[in-house]
Write a protein that binds this ligand. Structure first.
Ligand code: GAR
Length: 208
């Protein structure tokens, strides 16, 4: 049984997709051992509680410095004893300390086709604003392992989504979630839980 700890910052629709796909057995061999938010007001915390999943907030606002917050975050993750840490809309940078301790055991969902529209400043709605500003016709989402760079770790799964000429950032964000994120994040977790993902020569390989 793969124990996953899900880190969230906001609405938690990706968390909900994981909860729902475990419930309907699309994801197997997996249990959510806890949810951590950096944001007291995150609706994702309610979603966790509604499903009986242990949830807590570890906010930088409650600590005297960033270092103390980062240490508390690492402690909070360790207390849940996860096999895998899932960043599902977690908009805080993960420190090298955490990455070292969970090397190859942290994954992230990003709302574009990496390496496009990723890295510093590209998160949430900003990604979709940049996609529309550039006028690309195809975007999508990516699930990748987290390494010490920003959005640079081995890519596990990607799914493309068409951009429509009358899209707003909000409409495009919703389509990318529905057609890509809520599908590939659960699928990636299921593949990891069932031993189908390995890293070969720095690249993630998924066996079908
Ligand atoms: C999602 O679109 C996710 O891909 C994005 O934040 C949103 C969270 O939504 N993550 C990033 O931009 C990370 N760079 P949710 O809280 O409803 O799952």
């Amino acid at each position: 049984m793969l124990k996953i700890c899900v880190l969230v910052s906001g609405g938690g629709t990706n968390l909900q997709a994981i909860i729902d796909r475990i419930a309907d057995n699309t994801i197997t061999n997996t249990e959510i051992c806890g949810v951590i938010s950096n944001n007291h007001g995150a609706y994702a915390l309610e979603r966790a509680k509604n499903s009986g999943i242990p949830a807590r907030c570890i906010s930088p606002k409650d600590y005297e410095s960033r270092d103390v917050f980062n240490a508390a975050l690492l402690d909070g993750i360790n207390e849940m004893k996860p096999d895998l840490v899932v960043l599902a809309g977690f908009l805080v940078s993960i420190t090298p300390d955490i990455i070292r301790q969970y090397n190859g055991r942290i994954i992230n969902i990003h709302p574009s086709l990496i390496p496009s529209f990723c890295g510093k400043g590209y998160y949430g709605l900003h990604v979709h604003e940049a996609v529309l500003a550039r006028g690309v016709k195809v975007t999508g989402a990516t699930v990748h392992f987290v390494d010490e760079g920003m959005d640079t770790g081995p890519i596990i799964m990607q799914k493309a989504v068409e951009v429509q000429s009358d899209d707003t950032p909000e409409i495009l964000q919703r389509r990318v979630m529905e057609q890509a994120e809520w599908i590939i994040l659960p699928a990636a977790i299921n593949n990891i839980a069932n031993g189908k993902v390995s890293i070969v020569d720095g690249k993630a390989v998924v066996v079908s």
